[in-house]
Design a protein around this ligand. Structure first.
Ligand code: SER
Length: 315
């Protein structure tokens, strides 16, 4: 059985669909703190709080789990407001999953983030191996998680694989509590109201990726030969970088009347410490990572899907 934790989150919703398509009905167990209102017949559901080791072990044993996609986590903006919660969910959660993976011989995917980088990291074309002194609690939990992954891989032979995701843009599930949420919110507001007040400045530039590529990266990484995996902390990964102003301009090509204004809040301080662009050459070399969507292709596809959802009043 394949186990997904945090399955109702931004990545979990999309990844579950792909895993069900690939492995078939009855092979994917989706878990979160709550079960969703509309259950789908092609997957199994359960409730799991990853901060409780007993619950993690119970579920792995009961369902004969062999692979875990551990997505349960608190994002950066929420983490700054609730640092203890972020530490508990992000660090104790990944520690429980890794320890259970050791005992029950499971493979693990776990997402890290560009938030492991901080003000002392080179901002442009940030290398794989560089300073990781984050300025946020979220970043601290991700650095700790990466080191735990490396420890379990080297000391206990756990096949745990990870990527440092950039901001992820998607339409199936909205992100919650992240610093890069503006890149999703802008689409929704452009379609719904024709205007958006962005919480970072126009020239704030961050690395980003469209969800289909994020899912592809997870599947490609987990499919790669074990011998090719040379990074056991977490792989740098990116698709493209854009500033808030550049995204607004790309949307205006489709919706000329769209206007965007800028009122930075506390999330600006977080964004300012993150890289503007990422060097992901190790992922490209080790497991042939290559994104399919560039900025324009992503914008066209996002607008199509967001319009559909808005017309059905789902956004
Ligand atoms: N997109 C995430 C956030 O903004 C970063 O991992 O928190």
């Amino acid at each position: 059985m394949i186990l997904i934790t945090g399955a109702q989150g931004q990545i979990g919703i999309d990844l579950a669909d792909f895993l069900v398509e690939r492995h078939g009905k009855g092979h994917v167990l989706v878990t979160d703190l709550r079960t969703p209102e509309n259950l789908r017949p092609d997957r199994l559901y359960d409730v799991l709080d990853v901060t409780y080791m007993e619950s993690v072990e119970k579920i792995i044993e009961a369902h004969n789990v062999h692979t875990i996609y551990h997505l349960a986590g608190i994002l950066s903006a929420t983490g700054e407001k609730h640092p203890e919660l972020a530490w508990n969910v992000n660090v104790n959660g990944v520690r429980n999953i890794l320890e259970a993976a050791r005992r029950y011989k499971c493979r693990v995917f776990w997402p890290s983030s560009i938030a492991v980088f901080g003000p002392t990291t080179p901002k442009v074309n940030t290398p794989q191996e560089t300073v990781t002194e984050p300025g946020t609690m979220y970043g601290a939990t991700k650095v700790t998680g990466e080191l735990l992954c490396k420890f379990h891989a080297t000391h206990h032979d756990v096949d745990v694989r990870s990527v440092r995701f950039p901001g992820i843009i998607s339409h199936a599930a909205p992100p919650g509590g992240g610093t890069t949420d503006w890149a999703v919110d802008m689409f929704v507001q452009a379609v719904k109201t024709g205007e958006y007040t962005c919480f970072v400045t126009e020239d704030t530039r961050l690395p980003m990726m469209y969800m289909p590529d994020a899912v592809k990266s997870v599947l490609d990484l987990m499919d790669a030969e074990q011998a090719n995996i040379t990074v056991r902390t977490s792989y740098n990964l990116t698709a493209f970088s854009f500033s808030a102003g550049e995204l607004a301009a790309a949307i205006q090509k489709h919706i000329p009347e769209f206007t965007c204004s800028y009122e930075p809040d506390f999330r600006q301080d977080i964004a300012d410490t993150w890289p503007a662009s990422i060097n992901d050459s190790r992922a490209r070399a080790d497991w042939d990572w290559a994104p399919e969507y560039d900025l324009d292709a992503m914008v066209t596809d996002m607008l199509y899907h967001v319009r559909e959802k808005v017309s059905r009043s789902e956004f």
